[in-house]
Design a protein around this ligand. Sequence first.
Ligand SMILES: NCc1[nH]cc(CCC(=O)O)c1CC(=O)O
Length: 299
Amino acid sequence: MTRLTLATRRSALALAQSRAFARALVEASPGLTVGELEVVTSGDKITDRPLQEVGGKGLFVKELEEALLDGRAHFAVHSYKDVPAVIPDGLVITCVPRREDPRDVFITRTGATLAELPAGSRVGTSSLRRAAAIGLARPDLVIVPLRGNVDTRLRKLDEGHVDAIVLALAGLRRLGLERRATEILDPAVMLPAIGQGALGIECREVDAETQSALAPLDDPETSVRVAAERGVMVALGADCRTPVAAHAVRTDEGLWIRAMIAEADGTRPRMGERRVAWPSVAAEATRVGLDLGQELLRA
Ligand SMILES: NCc1[nH]cc(CCC(=O)O)c1CC(=O)O
């Protein structure tokens, strides 16, 4: 009988996805039990400022990583889009489960879509990527900063602080709130965040036992898609003030990745894409994304 402890943030979304993952793990490996260590991260404590202003890397993952390195937990469940480009020494993302839908949704009180919302309406988002996409599609809307957990943002919309918000479909689904979505945004209108909808399960590099326990839930296709998207992020280096988006899918021909990089103020968005044969390893996918990212940076 093996017992593993998972480290998770305490937000409703983090708990929902960590517990769903734990359930799937126990189902895949009868005889395994999973305990839970709830950790508050620095990102959870900063709720009043856009995170790119705070500037730190990995604000939602650092304290979970400390729990792994200290031996308080065997593995950590992260939203992959919160995981920085560089994983600390001694740790690895060992398992990438099958991805949820990576698209964003637009939510309004009135049921108006992005195309229908009246000019001058206020869209609440602190994401540079989402603001850049809205600015392109509807330059007559007003972007206002809005942070916080999914329920906080839905409440701000319901209370009329803003007329619309943008959230990840994956998060809404995991919380059982998909009915709140007014419109699923086509990636051609709003390219998803790198890794959106995917989880990254992290553990100690030397912990072979935990790694083999997690292996049945690894989805190699998701790994390759996310690796390609993260290659675009690698091209940016340490910079987290640049709006960036990437969306990779598997097609009949192989890998299709689209990416967008804009100026810090959301202007001069540059889009590009690559179609290549399906990469046999994640590192090959990363190179495709990196190459695309570098091209967009030069443009
Ligand atoms: N920005 C916070 C965040 N981190 C992960 C998700 C859920 C989507 C995912 O798992 O990628 C969300 C909420 C959102 O962006 O709407």
